[in-house]
Design a binder for this molecule. Structure first.
Ligand code: ATP
Ligand code: MG
Length: 560
């Protein structure tokens, strides 16, 4: 049963308000049916996630159903590999469509029948103007279009030509079927829009059965009606299409689906056009649709984003009626919040320098216990090996430190995380003056877990035991574009704003041995460094990690 939310203090977005009103008035018997209609011509991105979180979300909120419908009306750009990627992404995000996976191409027969009906009513005609000739008939906002010379053909002639169009008698682009509506309409979409065009092309589902393919407006609305969609949620650019959507429903006397528009998601420093994302892939600016720098769901997953964080993000962004741009830092905030709760803390050294504990016995080693996640007691503890030779970050040592430097410097003391306090005694350098070894002494009574109350020192460093460390490659990412609105410049192409430093690969990292057991895409926090995950390129002989996001919001500071 569809029971509206009961809490009086709740605040509904405008779409929820419409749906609740419809349920209250018993429209469609209180039934709620939505759909998500991707075109299989590219991978889904975070903007699509916003759309389908809304489509599936509204359905589940009101006891309704959401269909997955592939809008596969363009045989030239579409491909089954995209269909598979889209299905995988929506499942990964946690949504189910059960047996309700539909394809606009499944409705080609029905759409054809609808077209015959329109022609029979004198509401559609076969037009032989070329695209340029149609353009030449166009008026302005204030002047009507001039009629096509073919506008007043008889119904019989239109039926005959349309059937022959379908039967393949005519060449690509030699004819179109156009609705006959209103050449003086203030809405350009009502000025005899094209319904079908001729494409002698193989379709990934219908094969060579069809050589006429429906245009978006013709296929989309009618597919909604065929599926009994009650609330057809789409982005604002479809506002001017709504009048046509409703005209088709009225003329064909089909199920009255209602189109409702919301603002698309725009993210700073990000492009969302599938065509442009494809260009990045094709021209090799990224390694593929799943490159961790891409705003695609495949890219975000590989980067280490979780479905929970993306759902939380779309909820935070909310539903608006006006275009806006969301700061990409909000998306990072969401993944940080999520991983803080769930990611195990481990030790990894990205830029290692050797640290030798002179008073630790040669050949000795021990296992020290450390907590997996201080935010989550149930995550338990693990043992990490400690020995005489360790690696620490090169940046964690300074020979001439400024005041208030709490890391290691000659004569200073720091704690090694989950281990002992050490004191720097001396350094060894190579011929170029580069430090090769830092020599320290440790205080055996200072272990953080010792019975005696541990001494406190200001700094704590992460480290890994040198003989036990695993080699790793770590990939660090920066924004793919170095302009907040790469797509928003009139005179400059978005490609000009590609950030040449968006990827940094560090190959000589050292990580703790427990990471041998980590699986592809596992999430981790590298202590003090940020959140990382295991890249699918990772192999036992060469571990590979991606940096998902830093521990703190460093961007806000960078931007100002
Ligand atoms: P194209 O330019 O190829 O049509 P598209 O992003 O609109 O690109 P579709 O596959 O048609 O691709 O999109 C599926 C659905 O996702 C549509 O209903 C569309 O409105 C919605 N959508 C696309 N981009 C965004 C976005 N940035 N924010 C919210 N919804 C979006
Ligand atoms: Mg689209």
């Amino acid at each position: 049963m569809n029971v509206p939310k009961s809490d009086e203090a709740r605040s509904l977005n405008f779409i929820e308000q419409i749906v609740e009103e419809d349920i209250k008035t018993g429209k469609h018997g209180g039934r709620v049916q939505t759909r998500f209609p991707p075109e299989p011509n590219g991978y889904l991105h975070i903007g699509h996630a916003k759309a389908f979180c809304l489509d599936f979300g509204i359905a589940s909120e009101y006891g309704g159903k959401c269909n997955l419908r592939f809008d596969d009306t363009n045989p030239i750009t579409e491909d089954t590999s995209y269909v598979d990627a889209i299905r995988k992404d929506i499942k990964w995000m946690g949504f189910e469509w059960d047996d309700r996976e539909f394809y606009a191409s499944d409705y080609f027969d029905q759409l054809y029948e609808f077209a015959l009906k329109l022609i029979g009513k004198g509401k559609a005609y076969v037009c032989q103007l070329s695209a340029e000739e149609v353009n030449a008939t166009r008026g302005t906002d204030f002047e009507p279009d001039r009629p096509s010379a073919y506008r007043d053909r008889s119904i019989e002639e239109n039926l005959d030509l349309f059937v022959r169009m379908k039967n393949g008698e005519f060449a690509n682009d030699s004819m179109t079927l156009r609705a006959k509506i209103d050449l003086a309409s203030t809405n350009m979409h009502m000025r005899d829009p094209i319904l079908y065009r001729i494409r002698h092309a193989h379709h990934h589902r219908t094969g060579d059965k069809w050589c006429i393919y429906p245009m978006y407006d013709w296929a989309h609305g009618q597919s909604d009606s065929i599926e009994g969609v009650t609330h057809s949620l789409c982005t604002l650019e479809f506002v001017p299409h709504r009048q046509l959507y409703e005209w088709f429903i009225q003329e064909l006397e089909i199920f009255p689906s209602r189109q409702i528009e919301f603002a698309r998601l725009n993210l700073s420093y990000t492009i969302m056009s599938k065509r442009k994302l494809l260009q990045l892939v094709n021209e090799g600016h990224v390694t593929g649709w799943d490159d961790p720098r891409m705003p695609t769901l495949h890219g975000l997953r590989r980067r280490g984003y979780t479905p929970e964080s993306i759902r939380a993000f779309t909820a935070l962004v909310g539903i608006a009626k006006r275009e806006n741009v969301i700061d990409v830092a909000l998306l990072e905030f969401c993944i940080r919040e999520d991983l803080n709760k769930s990611a195990h803390r481990v030790m990894a050294v990205l830029n290692p320098v050797k640290l030798i504990i002179d008073n630790y016995p040669v050949g000795q080693s021990e296992l020290l216990e450390t907590v997996n996640n201080p935010e989550d007691e149930s995550a338990g503890t693990r043992q990490i090996p400690f020995s005489r030779e360790l690696y620490i970050e090169r940046d964690d040592f300074m020979e001439d430190p400024p005041k208030k430097y709490f890391r290691l410097s000659p004569g200073s003391e720091v704690r090694l995380k989950s281990a002992y306090i050490i004191k720097c005694e001396s350094v060894i350098k190579d011929a170029d003056g580069q430090i090769t070894e830092i020599h320290v002494t440790y205080d055996p009574s200072s272990h953080s877990g010792s019975a005696v109350a541990p001494r406190k020192v200001k700094g704590t460093l992460h480290w890994v035991s040198a003989p036990d460390a695993l080699d790793a490659e770590v990939r660090l990412y920066d924004r793919l574009f170095n302009d907040p609105d790469p797509d928003g410049h009139k005179d400059q192409n978005f490609m000009e704003f590609l950030n040449p430093d968006s990827l940094t690969v560090i190959t000589n990292c050292k990580v703790e041995p427990s990471l041998m057991a980590a699986n592809h895409l596992d999430h981790l926090q590298f202590t003090r460094l940020g959140y990382f995950n295991v890249d699918p390129d990772s192999k036992p002989e060469k571990l590979v990690f991606n940096k998902t996001v830093g521990l703190k919001d460093t961007w806000a500071r960078q931007i100002t």
